[in-house]
Design a protein around this ligand. Structure first.
Ligand code: NOJ
Ligand code: CA
Length: 704
């Protein structure tokens, strides 16, 4: 068809189909999104919350190589509206039953350059998501060079985030005014505040006789978090301040408009490659709530992922508590590599298995079990089917089976994904054959060929591992992962991951500050579970640089490492930092005979329901989870001591519970007296209120 005829047909089509309604609202009508297209066919959107602009006009579209036009000259072909209200179940999660309730607006567009596009907007009561579905005629390859999506946040406010990085998420959180953020990784959490006038009517004593109107103003806050859902075949998205030089000068360097930055291929320009004529982007998401804890209670990210694709009996996927031959290596007391201090020996393995069996713990992780650790720090070539000579895997598996304990395997790749992919199929076959149902993976190190950790290349690798593991009925705990975006709904064997600074940083760096653990639930954990590995009891360990046992393995070491919390906060973190595979991180000798370890013995990581009750990012948080008949409550504070009151209305009405309360001692302080704690028992019911007193850097954990 020649170009003029094509143009004519398209124009006719537009005339007959164009619909002018391009707005959609959330089911409760509090959030409204409007789609716009200007006379050059550039697309934009804006969002109102409670009738006030929240996200001002913001750009949409992509740029691509080879003259493909993915950004302008668009016309609307048709607009489709639909709604859904359903509940669905998952086999594990913070909540096993989830409501999926939204209104959808799908805008169908086309441009003269043969690009067809559907932008699908879904509005929920707890936020929204939109994604791009492109098809380009007569093309068999699409190379994306940029995503044009922006988020133009109307009001200033405060934000909580880590800097953008295409290599790591193991960074410290910053609390910054929105207009001082240069770039950020997602989930990018923020709060905007604006003053709103309203009229009050004061009534006289006899209401029917007289009343007068008074105008007052109140400040209205909105909490929100920008992230993405269903990142399956795309580079990750980060955010960068978006302003032209002129705008920047005018705004004196202050702006609140952020543009998507996609992790690039090694050439720095290519962002995504599709060897076909179409692609679907991940969902760009904004969770929205009038309370900070509302963000934690939102299921938006999961709702925007595809249902579970795994079929048949899924009983091989189950939440577990575990201990591991792990912390000793980070302290330098033990080593990954075979030698005098080798951690993963047959003898030590049996000691850990015995401990797990005696303490109501499901599984044991062994790191440093396989050959390849000798070349740590270079281009490692781990062998994933060859155990070290002093780790008798068959005997260990026999012993574990006898004691009814699961073994968690470990695949550290050192970033060498070529070596890993070469062994992938055989490694998972062999692992399953040995009787191992869960594997922790790791990518500590640069990737080959100058790829970064978060680009499309590696996202595809992570997905390949999830699918391979699923085929072999193996669950995963991924360290140095791609950030979670809810694919655990589709592949529930992808259980937990790191993707933030975890416990390990306390062993060999300045550590994670007390605010870190009350930042994570409002940021990183909005995206999905985290294997933080809480529960270190030996808080003031000797890890000084000149200790004879110290084996420095990380250049961030400041030689003054320690855990920056109280002991009670370590217990609380087992509840707060949700992970279906939950570790007690310390070496087992530090738990032997310790009264506070009873909390972990009683703890059940397989919860049915959760609710974040109170909290502010970086300040404090209180979360409750129900597992069967039991409730577990975790509360924690930053560097400030704090008292909070928790009405126990979540308990079953008319039932009385014995509460075992693990809290900070009266003289506890994370810096000067972290191990002071107390255990009390109380009989309570849903009518009671619990008064919780937390020390600086402290917390409280309760079993009901
Ligand atoms: C980094 C991981 O986060 C940690 O858990 C692991 O022990 C080391 N890499 C070694 O694999
Ligand atoms: Ca790590």
């Amino acid at each position: 068809m020649n170009r003029i005829l094509q143009l004519l047909l398209l124009t006719l089509f537009f005339f007959s189909c164009t619909s002018h309604k391009t707005e959609v609202s959330s089911p409760d009508k509090n959030i409204r999104l409007a789609f716009n297209i200007d006379n050059e066919g550039f697309m934009s959107y804006n969002i109102k919350v409670n009738d006030s602009i929240f996200i001002d006009d913001s750009q949409l579209g992509f740029e691509a190589k080879d003259g493909l036009n993915l950004s302008n000259s668009f016309e609307i072909i048709k607009t489709e509206f639909s709604s859904k209200d359903e509940t669905w179940n998952q086999i594990w999660g913070e909540n096993k039953t989830i409501r999926n309730h939204y209104n959808e607006m799908a805008i169908h567009l086309a441009n003269i350059d043969s690009t067809y596009l559907v932008i699908r907007f879904r509005l929920f009561n707890d936020g929204l998501g939109f994604r791009y579905e492109y098809r380009i005629k007569d093309t068999d390859k699409i190379i994306l060079t940029d995503e044009l999506t922006t988020f133009n946040i109307k009001e200033n406010g405060v934000s909580w985030s880590i800097p953008a990085s295409f290599e790591t998420y193991e960074l410290l959180y910053r609390t910054l005014p929105l207009n001082e953020v240069e770039d950020a990784n997602t989930p990018f959490t923020f709060k905007t505040t604006r003053l709103q006038d309203y009229k009050t009517t004061s009534l006289s004593v006899n209401e029917s006789i007289s009343s007068e109107s008074v105008s007052e103003s109140e400040s209205v806050s909105i909490y929100a978090s920008i992230h993405e859902a269903a990142l399956t075949d795309f580079p990750e998205m980060t955010l960068r301040l978006h302003q032209s030089k002129d705008e920047r000068l005018k705004a004196k360097g202050k702006s609140r408009q952020f543009k998507v930055q996609l992790a690039p291929y090694p050439d720095g320009k290519t962002k995504a490659i599709f060897e076909k004529d179409n692609f679907i982007s991940p969902w760009r998401t904004i969770q929205i709530s009038d309370k900070a804890v509302g963000l934690i209670n939102s299921n938006l990210i999961l709702n925007l992922n595809e249902p579970c694709v795994l079929e048949g009996d899924l009983s091989w996927i189950r939440p577990m508590k575990y201990v591991g031959v792990w912390w000793g290596m980070h302290l330098g007391v033990e080593s990954w590599v075979m030698g005098d201090r080798h951690g993963a020996t047959t003898e030590n393995a049996k000691r850990y298995i015995d401990f797990a069996a005696d303490n109501n713990i499901d599984a044991v992780l062994f790191e440093g079990w396989n050959e390849g650790w000798d070349s740590w720090g270079g281009r490692q070539n781990f062998d994933f089917t060859k155990a070290y000579a002093d780790f008798d895997i068959d005997e260990i598996m026999r012993y574990a089976k006898e004691k009814d304990i699961e073994v968690i395997g470990h695949h550290e790749t050192g970033g060498n994904i070529i070596n890993y992919e070469n062994q992938l199929e055989e490694a998972y076959r062999w692992t399953k054959e040995k009787g191992i149902n869960c594997v922790k993976t790791g990518y500590a190190g640069g990737l080959p060929d100058r790829h970064n950790h978060h680009g499309q290349h590696n996202v595809r690798h992570y997905r390949k591992v999830v699918e391979t593991a699923a085929r072999h009925h193996i669950t995963l705990d991924v360290h140095e992962p791609i950030k979670p975006t809810g694919i655990r709904r589709t592949y529930p064997n992808m259980m937990t991951r790191e993707g933030a600074r975890g416990m390990e940083w306390n062993a060999w760096s300045e550590g994670n500050p007390p605010e870190h653990h009350v930042m994570l639930p409002f940021t990183r954990l909005l995206a999905g579970p985290m294997d933080y590995t809480p529960g270190t009891f030996d808080i003031l360990f000797d890890n000084t640089r000149n200790s004879p046992l110290r084996k420095k393995w990380n250049s961030n070491d400041k030689g003054n490492s320690r855990v920056n919390t109280t002991l009670a906060k370590q217990l609380a973190n087992w509840v707060i930092l949700y992970s279906p595979l939950q570790m007690a991180s310390d070496m087992i000798e530090h738990y032997e005979g310790h009264p506070a370890f009873q909390f972990f013995r009683d703890f059940n990581p397989d919860c049915d329901w959760s609710e974040a009750l109170q909290g502010e990012p970086g300040e404090y948080v209180a979360i409750v989870r129900r597992a069967g008949e039991d409730f577990f409550l975790g509360a924690a504070t930053n560097g400030s001591a704090r008292e909070i009151e928790i009405p126990l209305t979540f308990l079953e009405k008319g039932k009385s519970y014995e509460a075992t309360i693990y809290s900070d001692g009266d003289d506890a302080h994370w810096e000067t007296n972290p191990t002071s704690y107390k255990i009390e028992k109380k009989t309570v019911s849903s009518h009671d209120t619990l008064f919780i007193k937390m020390a600086a850097g402290g917390g409280c954990a309760v079993v009901f």
